[in-house]
Design a binder for this molecule. Structure first.
Ligand code: CA
Length: 475
């Protein structure tokens, strides 16, 4: 069966602690429509307590179990609810990817004096001060957990930098100095060196840190029965780190551990280089394809649909691509806002859900809607496309990208898809398979009525309405 991921959260979920229960109640329905992998939000306690989405991670060992940062539970619920929801997902043959946030930590318990230099935010290789001492929030003691699971305490030696000096109440980028310190070198080159993103930057090159994070990941896989990971902010983390960690985890656990990394760049060459430097150890998101969808949504009838595949990760590393239309960072109001709205989102989902290249990831906010952004759910439409993927999107693919406003493709096991962005209805003669000659196809989306019969030579004349999408599947 085709692998299909759903990102099971959006940024503005209510902080009511009800999310893990919501998941538990919806596993069966998701499984029925063909979702077999769920990427869940960061489950551990963030510095912002119940209002933290999880990316400001405070304590990796607190999955909503300890009275820390103002509550026992996280934004999404308690540890017990989390474990129960995962068990229910497994019962429905759904695998779980945990969101791993290892670049930074937030909400330290105490400050300490640390030797630093200030660096230029636009070029972090440029030191703009002499060495001096700041008071940094770098001590993580987790008093509320009281050494359960791990007695590891974090201090400045385990970090590379911060952006706040408590002594002078000054905001800047401070790079820690001393033996073995300095930004990691094998990271994205934006801003000179993009090791530092935010909060306290974890020094993943420290052997002590590696040992602790490996121990933690093994603990986490076992306690939550995880099947894989979504890796946050990999462009800010030394490239060797995750290659080594994921390979070590696979060796020790003997699990496949499907993994997808978030490398946010619209430049396919940068992504390709990362996939190669990490030895194809895991997948990454096809961000350039998302930007093509975004352009198509913005430019509407002026966008040339023949460009959809251009300069994308699926065009050069299809085996390592995870495709997506929107996510929690691209939704309105968020840091990487580039929301593919309804003018093209269903065409984009038709693309990622029925084509051969890449593993598609469906966004919770598209499926269930985003009340905070006044975005309506597309569940009914997406369920039809998911069914097409589950039952028909198999076999050799044939492409028909010849017209600027109507393009299509087929899969030999019995599917023909078309998308359009012009006002006129379209029709493309497409080859499906000689083996299916005489078979009838219907448009599973319901957008075009009637049946289309496959001719003796394996071709069919498939139709699509203007500014629409159709997915013809064998009856
Ligand atoms: Ca970093």
């Amino acid at each position: 069966m085709n692998k299909t991921i759903m990102q099971f959260f959006e940024w503005y979920l209510p902080s009511d602690g009800g999310h893990w229960n919501f998941l538990k109640e919806h596993c069966k329905q998701l499984s029925d429509v063909g979702i077999n992998t769920l990427w869940l939000p960061p489950a551990y306690k963030g510095g912002g307590g119940i209002n933290d989405t999880g990316y400001g991670v405070y304590d990796l060992y607190d999955l909503g179990e300890f009275d820390q940062k103002g509550a026992v539970r996280t934004k999404y619920g308690t540890k017990d609810q989390y474990i129960e929801a995962i068990a229910e997902a497994h019962k429905n043959n759904i695998e779980i990817l945990a969101d791993i946030v290892l670049n930074q930590k937030g909400g330290a318990d105490d400050t300490e004096w640390v030797k630093v230099v200030k660096v230029d935010p636009a070029n972090r290789n440029n030191k703009i001060s002499d060495e001096y001492d700041i008071k940094a929030w770098t001590k993580f003691n987790f008093p509320g957990r009281n050494n359960k699971y791990s007695d590891f305490k974090w201090n400045w030696e385990h970090f590379n930098g911060v952006d706040w000096d408590e002594n002078k109440k000054e905001s800047a980028i401070f790079e820690f100095t001393g033996i073995g310190k300095g930004w990691d070198q094998d990271v994205d080159s934006e801003n000179g060196n993009y090791d530092y993103l935010m909060l306290t930057d974890v020094d993943v090159s420290s052997p002590v840190v590696y040992e602790e994070l490996l121990k933690w990941a093994l603990w986490y896989i076992e306690i939550a029965n995880l099947d894989g990971f979504r890796l946050d902010a990999v462009k800010h983390i030394d490239y060797e780190f995750f290659t080594r960690l994921i390979n070590d985890l696979r060796t020790i656990t003997k699990k496949e551990l499907f993994t997808v990394g978030e490398y946010w760049s619209g430049d396919t060459n940068v992504l390709k280089k990362y996939v190669e430097e990490t030895c194809h150890a895991f997948n990454i998101f096809d961000v350039p394809l998302h930007y093509n969808f975004f352009s198509a949504a913005k430019e509407k009838g002026n966008y040339d649909l023949r460009s959809l595949k251009s300069n994308t990760l699926i065009s050069c590393k299809p085996e390592n691509s995870v495709t997506f239309v929107n996510n929690h960072d691209t939704q309105p109001g968020q840091s990487l806002e580039s929301f593919v709205d309804k003018s093209f989102s269903l065409q984009a989902y038709t693309f990622i859900l029925t084509r051969q290249e890449g593993v598609p990831n469906v966004f919770f906010g598209d499926y269930y809607g985003i009340p905070n952004n006044n975005i309506a759910p597309l569940k009914d439409e997406l369920d039809k496309l998911l069914k097409a993927r589950k039952d028909f999107a198999y076999g050799v693919q044939h492409d028909y990208f010849d017209d600027a406003h109507v393009v299509g493709w087929t899969r030999e096991d019995g599917l023909a898809a078309l998308i359009s962005n012009g006002n006129d209805d379209g029709c493309i003669k497409m080859f499906v398979s000689e083996k299916l000659s005489g078979k009838n196809f219907v448009d599973i989306t319901g957008n075009v009525q009637g049946e289309i019969k496959i001719a003796e030579d394996g071709n069919g004349d498939f139709k699509v309405n203007g500014n629409s999408y159709s997915v013809w599947c064998m009856v």
